[in-house]
Design a protein around this ligand. Structure first.
Ligand code: 26Q
Length: 832
């Protein structure tokens, strides 16, 4: 298992390949014909694969050189640990980063092939649910561009996020076997396989120096095989690594069963191991409580820590653990991988034979935790009983961490037993649970939220006690998105227009996009404004074509394109959007259409398969869409589609074609939101509540360029005790009309009662999302949108300003802040 020394690797010559169109064409044909055994005219997924191999060849040299630089002794590295990386497609992204767009285009064009079609054949790597997973993908993109030595660790799920189909307007889930045709980007590295323990029990023994030690024995082991994906930086020679673990069986047999003649049973039992990396859990806002999920979490944490330790010991030339925290930092993406706190303690104590205090000092100096939610139902806790069975040694360590932690609390607040009960890592009312967020806080030197409001609410609420104990641990890091994928790749037309005015620097330094503000004035820059509108129109055309293909509905290009795409959840309030649509529909029906603005409304997103209310919401959207789209009274005034299987690659078409971005969560519930940033960058205006990163978006663009509505977080809290939805209905004839139409069964004439749950939830005084409270203010804000839309020139100005003010929302800025305040890595230049 010994790696060759970096210096030895350097001796191996590896020539740089040429990347002119002829060279690309030659390699493309080589891969197509000789590697894949296919020929021009074959099905296009092979042409995608051939081009991916061609590009990968050109990344390999830099990839190797980047690893060599990172393995130098004294290079401090960060590890981003996440159960999710929602990557989407890679080919277009690498082509952009390598600056080979014209060359690839030319090479394919000469063979009469269409680049867009070939890129469209890459399946999305959908290894995430939504925001948190996509954020991880944007983060590693920015780290490569900033030349930061950051390695991503995740799971190579055989099946990613399910594919969403619609049957009679209801969501149906289909498995996403994204690896079926192979994955040209991944490189299997079996030489770095790690062994992971489960089950068994612990025992005490005396080591050679007579000291008591613990060993974890009679375990059922699983192997973790790493698969590496290249993460290219933009216009530099850095190629970072995303290392994904696949679970497989050890070749050990249960000899008892084997000898008892149950050979097949003994083999079949081994199958269990492979289940660990089989499928991504599709819930994004509630814990699953399934044992397999805990197995996934420990599998990732243990494999990644062992691997990072191996890399470090190799670079350091030995186990000098006093230097471990100097060289390594682990960022945990929510609580999902936080068993890593206990696992690092186990490795340091049981395997490296450090004593408790040294191990604890190291652990708490290299762990950092990011929280992504305030929703109580999403806070992970695992039954102690499950822990004991699956990870007995880790439970012992957690108990010890907790005992020592509670001693600290008792010292600071003597006699405050209520506080001890509140802060304990072990929840003790009835069944015992391990509170993963508390383990993460106690074991980390940094705890951050993902937008200013969210981080404030964490220290005022959920983590209040911990903030009182360790105020210095808590900080904010407002999210971002990568401008490479979300502007340069997704919106080439706008990219060309922007660069023609201010140059290309903005792609790797988005603060520079502020230079566009100088062009916001129509009088002086009429041509630019005209071009801006033309680009938006072209992008709307592309989106309309996609809508036609997926939904069969025509979107007229002159309409306002009004978009809400995100996971379906009550707190995100797709229902508020639907209420507004029903309101518009009843206005049309009663002829109240003076100064009408034609709208095309697109709603998309997946519901967790077990979340019945979310699935009902999808059905309601589809039923309303059916009535609206088939009513001759409506015509072009209103179109509504539910866009199926919303994904990263569809967002690349949706965001550039949007005029209006719907960010309408109940205030205090959306930790940040990142879709809001993608829309802003692409020149859409936002209608939104004072929630998450909306607040910072509005600060950046100015209130006059943002459609703000609704209760604020503290008003939501205040109203909660006396929330009276019936009162809102009584006082508002528009809301009355909407509720009456909905309750009359107009949208479900042949399916009586199917929307009763939705209606009752909205009318309940204990509705946590208080949808009806914001109806009036939302409808008024939508009216302001209509008024603004009438003034084409003013709208264009606001659109330009949204893009021009989006500089803060680049993950380059986010990553710089993580690095400055948490990771403290030195950038490493490669190949200069
Ligand atoms: C937990 C336990 C068991 C199974 C699944 C889960 C699970 C999985 C995913 C729980 C939560 C998630 C994802 C949460 C998420 O995406 N949160 C979003 O994170 C974004 C990035 O910070 C924010 O912008 C969003 O506001 C937040 O909702």
């Amino acid at each position: 298992m010994n790696e060759p020394k970096a210096s030895e690797l350097c001796l191996l010559p590896l020539e740089r390949l040429k990347s002119d169109p002829d060279a690309l064409q030659g390699d493309f044909l080589h891969y197509l014909n000789r590697h894949l055994g296919r020929f021009l005219g074959c099905s296009p997924n092979y042409m995608y694969a051939a081009m991916a191999y061609t590009l990968r060849d050109r990344l390999i040299t830099d990839w190797r050189d980047t690893w060599i630089e990172y393995k130098e002794p004294g290079v401090r590295r960060a590890y981003y640990m996440s159960l999710e990386f929602l990557i989407g497609r890679s080919l277009g992204n690498h082509i952009l980063n390598m600056g080979l767009e014209t060359e690839v285009e030319q090479a394919l064009h000469d063979m009469l092939l269409d680049t867009e079609e070939i890129l469209g054949n890459e399946p999305d790597a959908g290894l995430g649910n939504g925001g948190l997973g996509r954020l991880a993908a944007c983060f590693i993109d920015s780290c490569a561009t900033l030349q930061l030595p950051v390695i991503g660790y995740g799971i190579r799920y055989e099946y990613g996020m399910f594919r969403q189909k619609l049957l009679n307007g209801r969501q149906v889930e289909e498995p996403d076997h994204w690896l079926r045709d192979g994955n040209p980007w991944e490189l299997e590295r079996p030489e770095y396989t790690q062994r992971i323990h489960f089950g068994g029990h612990t025992e005490i023994y005396k080591d050679e120096r007579g000291r008591n030690r613990v060993r974890w024995v009679d375990t059922n082991d699983v192997l973790a095989i790493p698969y590496d994906l290249p993460v290219s930086g933009y216009g530099n020679n850095t190629v970072n690594t995303l290392r994904l673990w696949k679970a497989t069986t050890t070749d050990e047999f249960n000899l008892d069963e084997f000898n008892a003649g149950s050979y097949t049973e003994a083999v079949a039992a081994k199958n269990d191991a492979e289940h660990i990396s089989m499928v991504l859990y599709p819930n994004d806002a509630s814990e699953s409580g399934k044992v397999l999920r805990l197995r996934q979490q420990y599998f990732l944490a243990s494999a990644s820590l062992q691997d990072a330790i191996r890399i470090w010991e190799y670079a350091e030339g030995g186990p000098h653990y006093e230097r471990f925290a100097r060289d390594n930092v682990f960022q945990m993406n929510d609580t999902h991988p936080t068993i890593a706190v206990a696992e690092l303690m186990r490795i340091l104590i049981d395997e490296k034979h450090l004593d408790w205090d040294d191990a604890w000092n190291i652990t708490t100096a290299c762990m950092a935790y990011t929280n992504h939610t305030l929703l109580p139902e999403a806070l992970e806790k695992w039954p102690v009983a499950i822990f004991k069975q699956l990870l007995p040694r880790l439970l012992e360590i957690i108990y010890e961490i907790n005992a020592r932690f509670l001693e600290k609390v008792a010292m600071k607040w003597p006699g405050d037993t209520e506080r001890l009960r509140r802060m304990s890592i072990i929840e003790e009312n009835g069944e015992q649970y391990v509170r993963m967020a508390y383990l993460a806080i106690v074991g980390s030197f940094s705890v951050n939220g993902v937008a200013a409001l969210h981080s404030q609410l964490l220290v005022d609420g959920l983590f209040r006690d911990f903030h009182a104990l360790w105020p210095e641990k808590f900080n904010n890091k407002t999210n971002g998105v990568t401008p490479r994928r979300w502007i340069a790749h997704a919106n080439p037309k706008m990219t060309g227009l922007i660069s023609s005015q201010i140059g290309e620097e903005w792609i790797s330094d988005l603060t520079r996009i502020a230079e566009l503000k100088a062009y916001a004035d129509e009088e002086e820059h009429a041509e630019f404004h005209e071009a801006w509108r033309e680009v938006k129109r072209e992008n709307k055309k592309r989106l309309a074509a996609l809508v036609k293909k997926e939904c069969g509905i025509d979107f007229p290009l002159d309409s306002l394109f009004d978009i809400q795409v995100k996971r379906i959840h009550e707190y995100k309030r797709q229902l508020l959007n639907v209420l507004h649509l029903i309101h518009l529909y009843s206005r049309i029906k009663r002829g109240d259409t003076d100064n009408w603005v034609n709208r095309c409304v697109l709603i998309g997103g997946k519901a967790a398969p077990g979340y019945e209310m979310a699935k009902d919401i999808i059905k309601l959207i589809n039923n309303v869409a059916h009535m609206v789209n088939n009513d001759p009274d409506v015509g072009d005034r209103l179109k509504l589609v539910f866009f199926p299987n919303y994904s990263v690659s569809s967002m690349e078409v949706i965001a550039p074609g949007a005029d209006l971005s719907e960010q309408i969560s109940t205030a205090g519930k959306e930790a940040s939101g990142t879709g809001n940033m993608k829309f802003m960058m692409n020149g859409a205006l936002t209608i939104g509540t004072y929630d998450g990163a909306n607040i910072e978006i509005m600060d950046a663009v100015g209130e006059e360029n943002f459609f703000l509505f609704g209760l604020r977080a503290e008003e939501v809290q205040e109203m909660r005790h006396q929330y009276n939805p019936a009162g809102f209905i009584d006082e508002d004839s528009d809301l009355q009309a909407v509720m009456q139409l909905l309750e009359s069964g107009y949208f479900n004439a042949r399916e009586p009662g199917i929307f009763n749950n939705i209606i009752n939830a909205m009318k309940s005084p204990s509705d946590p999302w208080m949808t009806l409270a914001d109806f009036r203010s939302y409808v008024d804000a939508q009216q302001r949108v209509n008024e603004a839309w009438h003034y084409k020139h003013a709208w264009t100005r606001m659109s330009i300003l949204n893009t021009a003010c989006s500089g803060f929302f680049s993950t380059d800025r986010t990553m710089q802040q993580y690095n400055e305040k948490i990771w403290k890595l030195d950038p490493v230049t490669v190949g200069e």
